[in-house]
Design a protein around this ligand. Structure first.
Ligand SMILES: C[S@@+](CC[C@H](N)C(=O)[O-])C[C@H]1O[C@@H](n2cnc3c(N)ncnc32)[C@H](O)[C@@H]1O
Length: 267
């Protein structure tokens, strides 16, 4: 007699959009709650995805995604970050589903990405467009690495949020410089990080041939709480998480968030 039907091997667990996965041992930070909520319909849909995490660093997103059953390739130029990634993935028991590749986001076509026949189902490009040589080139490379219908999750710094953060930190001159799109600290040797207004990000995404969904604010209040002594420790984390999710898609709150998030689709 045949035994009970078995779940397909590709079945994956649901990602928790509003709370950390209790079995993961990892706390998904409140400040990224809106990003996980946007990813949830994709990564918790029950199908194992082929994920490309460009500038994925030490695996803040890659390791939880691998824990859900997805295969994740992280491309990052930092050997240190990739070593940490490997260690974290091994410790989490998902070393076989996480691959680190040293390289640049604007040269993805030179890397052995192992994307099967059709390309990746999902790409992440989180907190990377601020630092690459040319964001348009990087996003174009990411687009080409997706299968038709595949999606990319893009997170960037929000210029308005950066202006307010500098002002609240007691640096009004730097805040004004950011407002006027000038380098807030021209004396430093490192190149200034880019900041994006929502319309900048959407234009970049469209110019790469992608169709953007609705943009959200990332960390509308989480970083503000950190700026007020004692506020973050006294606030109920679950309530802050719910508030973040409620504000993420709502103007005027999302307009002053620390970050911007958009999910975009390759037609
Ligand atoms: C702020 S960290 C973001 C890490 C991760 N994506 C996250 O959200 O936690 C920026 C990452 O971009 C990587 N990076 C810098 N230049 C890059 C490039 N040209 N291509 C791809 N990644 C790059 C850095 O090494 C670093 O790991």
């Amino acid at each position: 007699m045949p035994g009970p039907a078995r779940a397909p091997a590709t079945r994956v667990r649901e990602v928790p959009p509003t709370a950390p996965d209790p079995s993961s041992g990892e706390q998904l930070p409140v400040r990224t709650a809106a990003v996980w909520a946007a990813l949830d319909p994709l990564v918790g849909a029950g199908t194992a995805l082929r994920v490309l995490d460009v500038g994925g660093g030490s695996g803040v997103f890659a390791v939880p995604l691998a824990r859900l059953g997805h295969s994740v390739t992280v491309v990052d130029p930092s050997a240190d970050a990739l070593a940490t990634l490997e260690r974290r993935a091994r410790t989490a028991g998902v070393g076989d589903r996480v691959r680190g590749l040293q390289g640049d986001g604007d040269l993805l076509h030179e890397l052995p990405l192992d994307d099967g026949d059709g390309g990746h189902d999902l790409a992440l490009c989180h907190a990377v467009l601020e630092v690459v040589d040319d964001p348009a080139t990087t996003l174009g490379e990411v687009t080409r690495a997706l299968r038709p219908g595949g999606q990319v999750s893009v997170v960037t710094v929000n210029r308005a949020g950066a202006v307010l953060a500098r002002a609240l930190g007691g640096h009004p001159k730097e805040a004004l410089a950011l407002l006027e799109d000038r380098d807030p600290a021209p004396a430093r040797t490192r190149p200034a990080r880019r900041r994006f207004a929502p319309e900048d990000l959407l234009a970049l995404v469209r110019d790469a041939g992608l169709e953007p969904g609705e943009w959200r604010g990332v960390a509308v209040v989480a970083d503000l709480l950190d700026a007020v002594p004692g506020a973050a420790s006294s606030a109920d984390p679950a309530a802050v998480r719910r508030l973040e999710l409620a504000l993420a898609a709502t103007s005027p709150y999302r307009d002053v968030a620390s970050g911007l998030h958009v999910l975009a689709t390759r037609p």
